[in-house]
Design a binder for this molecule. Structure first.
Ligand code: HEC
Length: 205
């Protein structure tokens, strides 16, 4: 009985959701924004600017992650323009350091001192090396990334750009913009590229 009531509730919500007008949506968005603003308290390095959506995030919110083709193309080009490849032309670093970064989800906490290095949190969303059996599945598996795609400079460049700004490839991607946002340094991104593309990395074993 309880279950039946629950399902009818969900059904009613789904029907109501289906009929929501643009005005309703704007009102819900405003309410959600106000609630988040009210409940988020700036502390340490976690300041209120974290709640500000940039143009891309606003568009993804507005179009529920499915912007029309022309908007998508403009956003992709904007994001692509933020990518800075290493000045020395070297795209790959040390896979061992990359492994530690991929495992670490630490960083950007209010209690961190400014400038504390962050981890990459890659395992939160991706499968990588077989030794690590705990991983998220929001992103595709990156198991044998280099082995499957080839140990080439193009594949390294693709990995570097993806980590630097995944939204240059898929604007409403859930993957953070590690380089563009300044979360990871150039050297850290190189080390992660090595973790994905070095034949000696456990990812490729
Ligand atoms: C919050 C989840 C999330 C995190 C954290 C994350 N990713 Fe991703 N990643 C994704 C998703 C989702 C995709 C699928 C494509 C897209 O939407 O961009 C993706 C795609 C990729 C791709 C392209 C895969 C392909 O098949 O071409 C690479 C490479 C990648 N991620 C590497 C990384 C690395 C390295 C890290 C850690 C620094 C990382 N990701 C962290 C969610 C994440």
């Amino acid at each position: 009985m309880k279950r039946a009531i629950m399902w009818s509730g969900i059904l009613a919500a789904a029907i109501a959701g289906g009929c929501a007008t643009t005005a309703d949506r704007a009102a819900y968005d405003a309410k959600a924004t106000a609630t988040i603003q009210r409940d988020f308290h700036a502390r340490g390095i976690a300041t209120m600017d974290r709640l500000k959506q940039d143009e891309l995030q606003l568009a993804c919110t507005r179009y529920r992650d499915h912007p029309p083709e022309d908007v998508l193309e403009r956003l992709e080009a904007q994001q692509r323009a933020t990518i800075r490849l290493p000045a020395d032309g070297v795209l790959s670093g040390d896979w061992k350091r990359g492994a530690a970064l991929a495992e670490s989800g630490r960083g950007m906490s209010w209690s961190d001192k400014p400038g504390t290095p962050s981890g990459g949190s890659c395992y939160n969303c991706h499968e990588l090396a077989p030794q690590q059996t705990s991983f998220g599945t929001m992103g595709p598996s990156l198991r044998r990334f280099g082995k499957l795609r080839g140990y080439t400079a193009e594949v390294q460049k693709y990995a570097y750009e993806r980590i630097y700004n995944s939204k240059a490839f898929a604007p409403c991607s859930a993957m953070p913009r590690f380089g563009t946002s300044g979360t990871l340094t150039e050297q850290q991104i190189k080390d992660l590229v090595a973790y994905l593309t070095d034949p000696e990395s456990p990812v490729n074993k």
